[in-house]
Design a binder for this molecule. Sequence first.
Ligand code: GLP
Length: 235
Amino acid sequence: MKVVKVNSYEEMSAYIAERIACQIKEKPQSVLGLATGSTPVGAYEKLCEMYKENKVDFSCVTTFNLDEYYPINPDDKNSYRYFMEEKLFSKVNIKKENINIPSGNAPDAALECKLYDEKLEKSGGVDLQILGIGVNGHIGFNEPADTLCSGTHLTELAKETIASNSRFFKNELEVPTHAITMGIGSIMKAKSIIIAANIKDKKEAVEKVLGGNITTSCPATLLCAHRDVTLVYYG
Ligand code: GLP
């Protein structure tokens, strides 16, 4: 694993945005795996600036988001669909038909997961995957457990995740209890992965990743088995 320690959130955001822009420059038809949460917001802002300055072109890019609450209306301000539209998609020239996010209001979650994996497979797979990390070491919404799922699946959120994500909602009771998430297998199939963190908030989880021992009780440690992962962190 390549480790990049930077001094601030701004530097981390600039690093991620630069890597994404280089990826798109090298391969205009890139498939990007995208994350939500506060971690990538700065990188998305940078990419929007770069787009305005004609430094990056999303016209041939395809994106797959990691996860979405379930159930949730895509128009809900707390949906990840809304988040992505607001932070990135509405501000760059990505084609609507190239945007993929699990549907939070699909009537049949199992079918939605199956179709998502099929689309992912058909796209040729993710070239560059961006990840944040949960306080409990989750990636996407792959929560610590004895066994982890490989493909996209419906999952129950861990108590710590609900508590942590409640900052975006009125209170904890408003946080959906479930989500659809890409599985560990889908994430590990990405050709390159960047995992980003503020080490102050995620100290325990990041230290486990840096320690190199793989355990399903900290799903992010599975990344230690991937051949092209960059951990970028500050704090
Ligand atoms: C959510 C998302 C994760 C994200 C995590 C960390 O739970 N499902 O993909 O990495 O939050 O969020 P933040 O970046 O806000 O710390």
